[in-house]
Design a protein around this ligand. Structure first.
Ligand code: BV8
Ligand code: ZN
Length: 251
């Protein structure tokens, strides 16, 4: 069911007021208003490369230096932007529910910076680095004069993100699956709902009996499958959704 752009339907406000276990699934659209290019939007291209080509183990195998240059560019971009009202509203929503989980596909660290704590990063985090061979993980980047950087074991270091064709971190996806089937309300914010297995989580939530609302700038393959699809910008709509739960906030 679709709804007119920008309004918060009473069914959504009611579901948010009565929910005990709220999950939020986010994609690149939630960071768009912070100035982070979305994955499939036209602004997502870099030196004419399509992110879909670069975010793969094959691209890293073929040209690790080029892939590292793309990630250094994105780290720089993401390091210079700030959480927007959508991230802030989601961090505030977390404090209103006895059970809450934020499941993000984003690697930009903006939800953590906005204060979200109960968070699963399905596709990793661009500010973490790991070895492409041994188990070593680093929070700090070694100096990037020489790209790609190497691990002490001699293998290349790589961004600690999940590339296309790679399995998601077991613990992350198990936690996301479990929360999706157990929650009684799920908000799906700013995702084109094409990347699997993330795009299946709202369907799992629906099957588990949850009320599922989509907040997105444009319709997606989910729009006709969820209870309500609200078209508009995440920053404004998430702030309105937070207000719609204000009664809950005031106890
Ligand atoms: C796996 C990290 C198996 C890297 C990312 C055929 C059919 C089905 C599946 C597949 C298939 N072929 C291959 C697959 C699997 C593949 C997949 O799903 N491909 C798709 C494209 C068809 N999936 C995988 O490979 C996954 N792994 O399946 O493993 C396996 C199992 C065992 C052993 C081995 C393997 C791994 C997927 C993870 C890929 N990594 N990112 C990096 O970032 O560098 S995914 C990447 O896309 C980002 O994380 C991004 O978040 C994510 C999803 O995209 P969105 O977030 O939705 O962003 P997008 O730009 O698409 O859309 C933005 C939306 O926001 C738009 O709708 C727009 O309208 C809206 N918007 C914009 N502005 C606003 C807004 N909304 C509100 N307000 C605004 N202001
Ligand atoms: Zn190593």
């Amino acid at each position: 069911m679709n709804d007119q752009a920008g309004q918060i339907p009473g069914t959504v406000a009611q579901a948010l007021l009565s929910a005990n276990y709220l999950t939020v699934l986010t994609g690149a659209g939630v960071s768009a208003e912070s100035g982070v290019p979305t994955f499939r939007g036209k602004e997502g291209l870099w030196r004419k490369h399509n992110p879909m080509e670069l975010a793969t183990p094959e691209a890293f195998e073929r040209d690790p230096k080029l892939v590292w240059e793309w990630y250094v560019y994105r780290r720089g971009l993401m390091g210079n932007v700030h959480p927007n009202p959508a991230h802030e509203a989601i961090a505030e929503l977390e404090t209103l529910y006895p059970k809450f989980l934020l499941i993000t596909q984003n690697v930009d660290n903006l939800h953590r910076r906005a204060g979200s704590k109960e968070l699963v990063e399905l596709h990793g985090n661009i500010f973490r680095v790991r070895c492409s061979r041994c188990e070593r993980k680093l929070d700090e980047l070694p100096d990037l004069n020489e790209l790609p950087p190497k691990c002490e074991c001699g293998a290349y270091l790589r961004p600690d993100v999940v590339w296309f064709g790679e399995a998601l971190p077991r613990e992350a996806i198990d936690r996301a699956f479990q929360a999706s089937v157990e929650c009684d309300c799920m908000l799906v914010v700013g995702t084109s709902a094409v990347v699997q297995p993330a795009a299946s989580l709202p369907i799992m939530a629906k099957k588990g009996g949850a009320f599922v609302a989509e907040i997105n700038y444009e319709p997606t393959p989910l729009s006709d499958l969820v209870d309500v699809s609200i078209l508009g910008k995440a920053g404004e709509l998430m702030s309105r959704l937070l207000d719609a739960t204000s009664k809950r906030r005031n106890g």
